[in-house]
Design a protein. Sequence first.
Length: 255
Amino acid sequence: MDQVEKYLADFPTIGLDKLDSIKLMKRYDKKFIFHKDKLKSVFEYLRNDYQVLEINRNRAFKYENVYYDTENHFFYHQHHNKKLNRYKLRCRKYIETNQCYFEVKFKNNKGKTIKTRLLLKDNYINGKLTDESKEFARTSVLIDNGNIIDKISPSLWISFNRVTFANLISKERLTFDINLTYTDKRSNSRSINNLIIAELKSENVSGNSSFFQYLKTINISPSSFSKYCMGIAITEKNIRYNRFKNKLLLLKNLT
């Protein structure tokens, strides 16, 4: 991450308080995956229009996550089978700020992502969901009258570093995830080096973002990419992954 920090050294910065003015808990997402060799030129392009998040002099932050699913991977198969109105459930810890949230992400049939979250007072990623988290999930996950929540358990641990940019004028957030590491239920870990996962988050569906247009000029196209689903496809030997074959091949070529 030292090299990444060097790329960011002269960037204009934004604090967490101003960034919160564009939380985008309801948003549209576009993801892009590319080799880390292109990261420097991408950051250079952002310099004039975007500010980088800085907290306590840090500009790259460590995230730790645990995703929850049923034993037969119900939420994974929702995504794999192209189901609309699908969910993902996780606990996420922001290492630098020592905050932890239980989060429910819902992708509706219009392609809009709606995220709800619960601050965990003990600041701890819970392997086992607390009663408070379960109740929160039951009110958010409208499947089987919420009873599916009693069937979920930790499915996959994911850690990565993230750099976040903001454009207050266009109300966009940009995130870049680096150093992706998966750990399965058997404590086997796998790191995916050289991969950058960029995500453009905005209030409206639009291809007019200057960042989006710039990526076209360097042959980077939007690409659906679920860190959770790709992790399950990689770590679970007997899982169906037909829909993700092309993505897994692309991932192999990039890394």
